[in-house]
Design a protein around this ligand. Structure first.
Ligand SMILES: Cc1cc2nc3c(=O)[nH]c(=O)nc-3n(C[C@H](O)[C@H](O)[C@H](O)COP(=O)(O)O)c2cc1C
Length: 353
């Protein structure tokens, strides 16, 4: 697809804006024959049928504008958001930087999004057609920059948007919202989850929606243990591992490497996969893990699966390679699974952990 090559001549945020506009036209599907139906990749998780393990990570379709169009590219699921209760503009531009030489991105967006009210209209419309359209919709929720009631805001978002998605993610790990990552500390995390779960229990429409948390790759040993224990004790349904990193490895070579924000893409692969493995062991394989960070190939996905992921997501790889990467990854993955004698992807989960 020429479009996805040409678009890179524009500054990163403008390129993203134009890509959403083009996707909205709904014509991309005519150029694609996504590879979706292969029994070896199919899994039932939380009573939902995932055609393949690959989903679009949060941040691409922040406002739920192109849900169907993303799913038509061959992703089995997409995560809308991060959505906050009220709309907000985010940080000053420029705030997305490509690190071409490292196949990475640094973003300092700060949860720019249309807010829960506008997103509600879009996801409600899409969710109501779910019996006719394939694909699973996750919803990623964050806090506004200036809020006095963090827990209350998460709860309000979950109550209004939660009925119209298949799973809910509490984002406690973006590096671009001051204070957000403190929610990963034991006391705060426990409080937040208990309060959300109590409200969720009382509401028929969201009672059974899987509740996930998305964590940072930059957490320390104590936080890892606390997150694992709290998730097990409070019955969290899944952990997404993980968000972008604030750390910069010495191996980065691009001139943009010291820009402020969270780093994603290839340099994140190893650290996020190591954390995945650790969290798989700490949770005894009892919680569904979603592996994210630096996926560019079927081999990368296979490593995440063997490290303990049941599902995976990508963002930066899609920006660098374009949507052809989705079919390529799934085909490669089938090849690796068959070569190792597996009948279904679920048999390979955690085999390296
Ligand atoms: C431009 C950009 C915006 C992002 N926005 C969000 C966001 O709003 N919420 C979130 O949970 N993660 C966000 N992320 C993080 C991704 O969902 C993902 O966790 C991270 O980029 C690592 O995956 P990757 O290496 O495949 O990109 C964003 C990433 C990028 C590059």
């Amino acid at each position: 697809m020429m479009f996805f090559k040409i678009i890179k001549i524009f500054p990163a945020e403008l390129a993203h804006f134009l890509t959403i506009k083009i996707l909205k036209l709904g014509i991309i599907k005519f150029f694609f024959k996504p590879f979706t139906n292969n029994e070896i990749l199919k899994q039932f998780i939380w009573n939902l049928e995932f055609n393949n393990p690959l989903g679009l990570a949060a941040g691409f379709d922040k406002n739920g504008e192109v849900i169907s169009e993303i799913l038509e590219l061959g992703f089995s699921y997409t995560e809308v958001g991060t959505v906050t209760l009220k709309p907000q503009n985010g940080n000053k531009k420029p705030r997305i930087f490509r690190l071409n030489k490292d196949q990475a991105i640094i973003n300092h967006l700060g949860f720019n999004n249309h807010g829960s009210e506008k997103v509600l209209k879009r996801i409600k419309k899409r969710y109501e057609m779910k019996y006719f359209l394939h694909g699973i919709i996750g919803l990623n929720i964050g806090k506004n920059l200036n809020t006095d009631d963090i827990t209350g805001d998460y709860i309000k978002c979950i109550k209004s948007l939660g009925p119209y998605c298949d799973y809910i993610v509490i984002n406690i790990s973006s590096p671009n919202t001051p204070g957000l990552r403190e929610l990963q500390n034991r006391g705060k995390l426990e409080n937040l989850i208990i309060n959300i779960k109590n409200e969720k229990k009382l509401d028929n429409q969201i009672r059974n929606k899987p509740l996930l948390i998305k964590i940072s790759p930059d957490i320390n040993e104590e936080q890892k243990r606390d997150i694992a224990l709290t998730s097990l004790a409070q019955g969290i349904d899944g952990i997404i591992i993980g968000n972008t990193t604030s750390l910069r490895s010495d191996f980065l070579i691009d001139k943009n490497k010291n820009k402020e924000g969270g780093l994603s893409g290839k340099p994140l692969f190893q650290s996020s996969t190591n954390l995945l493995k650790e969290m798989y062991n700490l949770t005894g394989g009892k919680i569904v893990l979603i592996g994210v960070g630096g996926i560019f190939s079927g081999r990368d996905v296979y490593e995440k699966i063997k490290a303990g992921a049941s599902l995976v997501q990508m963002y930066t790889g899609l920006i660098y390679e374009g949507p052809v990467i989705i079919e390529k990854i799934n085909k490669e993955l089938v090849y690796f699974l068959k070569a190792d004698g597996y009948n279904n992807i679920s048999e390979a989960i955690g085999t390296d952990a």
